[in-house]
Design a protein around this ligand. Structure first.
Ligand code: SF4
Length: 350
């Protein structure tokens, strides 16, 4: 059976005054029914643009999908007309955005927006949608759903608005939920409740979830697989437990070393040196090379290969490529290089 979502070599670029920004540059992954894939990485690595590309919501005209395939239940979404794609959004695939206030219309009540989300796709009549709206708000944990239906977004707290967004996203029982930093703006208690809610609904509806986050604690709790993204590309992909236990790519090692862990009490947490370069200035060979403590000359000259079809733990790094003859032993200590200082002209352009 094909996966619910299969993304192949997706490339999303932007025209900018400083040239083409390759925000998403050859990304491939898949999401199975009832399972969660987490895409992790620092801000500016292309995670959110990847999510927006799936629903063809990339800001135009600057942004455009340069190529690739987005197969949903075997059908390439890039071949659909605007109308067909509009039906897929909300009906089959729903998205929870980072900031609910920017996604809810401040001029309409919560009830209007929830009912409209259900009736516009024709799955429910007005009466059914109104009853279902109340049920959904109760399901996402709002204390007084009848009152919330009459309220405007600004009358609700951040946690309540995020719950409303989840209710809207789930109102048409989507097969795939894309959650882009769904709990970033929330306090820890509400965050835990919302993640538990998504998990419950995922189990009930056998929904696939694509979770975009930089919070590795959330990844550990919720996902079966992880894709580590850096500078518009996936640099490591595999089962969550394997990547947490033994991250391989030097970037993934840096990310996971910054997690607090049992047995490291009292020790300083590791930090990743340097910053993500802007997408108009990705380094030409290995994009992590300027920040990598393991780099050697080849890394700045030859782009590392990445073959997701050949392995269940693909890694985009010369250290894992047997065809790179001059690579050091994988277990060798880092060569203790300082990150390359950012180019001031590039920094000025950020
Ligand atoms: Fe580091 Fe070289 Fe691997 Fe890039 S290819 S991550 S620079 S070791």
């Amino acid at each position: 059976m094909p996966p619910l979502l299969q993304v192949e070599n997706l490339r999303t670029y932007f025209h900018t005054p400083r040239g083409i920004a390759k925000a998403v540059d050859g990304v491939s992954f898949q999401v199975e029914q009832g399972k969660t894939l987490a895409i992790v990485g620092e801000s500016g690595c292309g995670k959110s643009i990847t999510a927006l590309s799936l629903l063809q919501l990339v800001p135009e005209p600057a942004g455009y999908i340069e190529g690739g395939r987005i197969l949903f239940e075997g059908r390439d979404l890039l071949d659909l007309t605007w109308d067909q794609m509009r039906r897929v959004r909300g009906d089959d695939i729903a998205m929870i955005f980072q900031e609910p206030m920017t996604s809810l219309n401040p001029t309409f009540t919560i009830g209007y927006q929830l009912v409209e989300a259900m009736t516009m796709h024709g799955k429910f009549t007005g009466a059914q949608a109104r009853q279902r709206a109340k049920d959904l708000l109760a399901r996402v944990g709002l204390q007084d759903p009848a009152q919330a239906l009459r309220q405007y977004p600004h009358e609700l707290s951040g946690g309540m608005r995020q719950r409303v967004m989840i209710a809207i996203a789930l109102s048409n029982e989507p097969k795939l939920l894309i959650a882009d930093e769904p709990t970033t703006a929330l306090d820890v208690t509400v965050q835990a409740q919302i993640l538990a809610l998504i998990r419950d609904l995922q189990r009930e509806q056998n929904m696939g979830v694509l979770l975009i986050t930089h919070d590795l604690g959330i990844v550990a709790e919720t996902s079966e697989e992880v894709a580590v993204m850096y500078a518009g590309q996936i640099v490591e992909y595999g089962p969550t437990s394997a990547i947490f236990h033994e991250p391989r790519h030097p970037y993934a090692r840096g990310l996971f070393a910054s997690l607090p862990a049992r047995g490291r009490r009292g020790q300083d947490l590791a930090t990743l040196e340097g910053i993500v370069p802007p997408p108009t200035a990705w380094p030409p060979a290995c994009r992590f090379e300027p920040r990598c403590a393991y780099r050697w000359d080849t890394c700045a000259q030859v782009p590392p290969k990445y073959h997701p079809a050949d392995s269940d733990r693909p890694v985009r790094c010369h250290l894992y490529d047997p065809e790179i003859a001059d690579r050091p032993a994988r277990g060798a200590a880092p060569i203790a290089k300082e990150p390359v200082a950012p180019d001031p002209t590039v920094e000025a352009a950020r």
